[in-house]
Design a protein around this ligand. Structure first.
Ligand code: NDP
Ligand code: OXD
Length: 316
C-alpha cells in the first residue's frame, strides 16, 4: 500500500477546538500546522483550510486537494495564486442541522413577534400582539442546495407554505419551485424571504432595493421580512437599511454582512425588528470536518472520485 500523504491544517477556528479534534484524526498521516512558521509544508498534498494565510500556496506547492472548513468557498476562489486543484466543500449533517435550527428560529421569531415582545418586556408592557399562524404565511427560500433543502423540509413541518428558487428548478414534494428566470413570480408570493445562496459573481448584490420591492406586501405580517445566512456580499446593506426605514421591509434577521464584523457604526444594530447574529448561524464542527476530509483523502488515494467538489465555472 502506498504511504499516506501529509496534510496541512490552516483554520482560523479556536485553537482548543482544533487541538481536541486532532486527537485521533488523520491516522497514519503527518499533520502539519501552517500556523507554525517553522513547519516545512513542502511535501503536503492536502490542506484543510478556513480563511488561510495567503502564503499557504507558496509554502505548500505540492497540494493536490483543498478541503474547505466551510460550505461556502468564495474566500478560497478569491485567493491570489490559487492552484488549479479540486476544492472540496464542507457538507455535513451537523452543519445542515445547525443552519436549519437558525433559519426556523428566525422565521418563527418574526411570526411570533419576538423583537416586539422583547421590547415590551424591557418596558414592562403587558400587551398581546396579533398572532397569525404559520399556514397564513409563505416563506420563499433562495438557494435549494444542501442547506436550503433541509430548511424547506423543516419549515414545512412547522406548517409554513414554502416556495423555493434555485438556478435549476428542483422537484420537492409539496413545495412550488422556480428557476432563475422566474425570480419575480417567486418574489411576488413571498412574505418571508430566506437567503441561502453562495456568493458568486451572479449572486453578488442580488438582495437589493429592486428585489425587496417585488416581495409580497400586505401578507399576514403586513410587510415582508428578509432573512439572510448565505453571504453578506449578496446583500446591498444600504438597500436593506433603506427598505427597513421606508417600510418596504417589516423586519430582518441577518447573520452575514458586507463587512464582518459588522461595524459598530452600522444603523442595523439599533433598528427595530432586526435580529443580528455574528456569522454564527451554523458553525463547522471541527471533528466532523477532519473526519469527512480524512475519509475523502483515503478514498482519493484508493482511486475513488472526490465528493462535493466545487465547480469553478459557477463558483460553488
Ligand atoms: P449548495 O452549493 O448545496 O447550494 C447552493 C444553492 O444555491 C443551489 O440550490 C444553487 O442552485 C443555488 N444557486 C447558486 N447560484 C445561483 C444563482 N445564480 N441563481 C439561483 N440559484 C443559485 O450550498 P449549501 O446549501 O451547502 O450552502 C449555501 C451557502 O450557505 C454557502 O455557500 C455559504 O455561503 C452559506 N453558509 C453560511 C453559513 C453561516 O453560518 N452563515 C454556514 C454554512 C454555509 P442549483 O441547485 O440550481 O445549483
Ligand atoms: C460556511 C460558513 O460557509 O460557516 O460554512 O460560513
Amino acid at each position: 500500500m502506498s504511504a499516506k500523504h501529509p496534510v496541512v491544517i490552516d483554520l482560523k477556528f479556536e485553537r482548543r477546538e482544533i487541538d481536541a479534534a486532532l486527537a485521533g484524526a488523520f491516522a497514519g498521516r503527518i499533520v502539519l500546522r501552517a500556523s507554525d512558521p517553522a513547519a516545512d509544508l513542502s511535501e503536503a498534498r492536502y490542506a484543510v483550510i478556513w480563511r488561510p494565510d495567503p502564503t499557504l500556496f507558496e509554502r505548500a506547492p505540492k497540494l493536490e486537494v483543498l478541503f474547505s472548513g466551510g460550505a461556502g468557498v468564495d474566500y478560497i476562489l478569491a485567493m491570489p495564486s490559487l492552484p488549479d486543484i479540486p476544492i472540496v466543500r464542507f457538507v455535513d449533517e451537523s452543519l445542515t442541522t445547525r443552519m436549519s435550527e437558525w433559519t426556523v428560529l428566525q422565521t418563527l421569531s418574526h411570526l411570533r413577534q419576538v423583537p416586539a415582545y422583547s421590547r415590551q418586556q424591557r418596558d414592562r408592557v403587558w400587551k398581546e400582539l396579533s398572532q397569525p399562524e404559520a399556514k397564513d404565511l409563505t416563506v420563499g427560500v433562495m438557494g435549494l442546495g444542501v442547506l436550503g433543502l433541509d430548511t424547506v423540509t423543516k419549515l414545512k413541518v412547522m406548517g409554513f407554505n414554502v416556495v423555493g428558487w434555485s438556478r435549476s428548478r428542483k422537484a420537492i414534494d409539496g413545495v412550488e419551485t422556480y428557476n432563475a428566470s422566474q425570480l419575480d413570480t417567486f418574489l411576488a408570493r413571498t412574505d418571508i424571504l430566506i437567503g441561502l445562496l453562495p456568493l458568486t459573481p451572479d449572486t453578488r448584490g442580488i438582495f437589493d432595493a429592486a428585489l425587496f420591492s417585488k416581495l409580497r406586501q400586505g401578507g399576514a405580517l403586513g410587510k415582508p421580512v428578509f432573512i439572510n445566512a448565505g453571504r453578506g456580499g449578496s446583500q446591498v446593506e444600504a438597500d436593506v437599511i433603506a427598505a427597513l426605514e421606508k417600510g418596504v421591509l417589516g423586519g430582518a434577521s441577518l447573520d452575514v454582512f458586507e463587512k464582518e464584523p459588522l461595524p459598530e457604526t452600522s444603523p442595523l444594530w439599533q433598528m427595530e425588528n432586526v435580529i443580528i447574529t455574528p456569522h454564527a448561524a451554523s458553525a463547522s464542527d471541527v471533528r466532523a470536518l477532519f473526519r469527512n476530509s480524512e475519509v475523502q483523502m483515503n478514498a482519493y488515494e484508493a482511486g475513488e472520485t472526490l465528493k462535493h467538489v466545487v465547480d469553478r465555472k459557477t463558483g460553488y
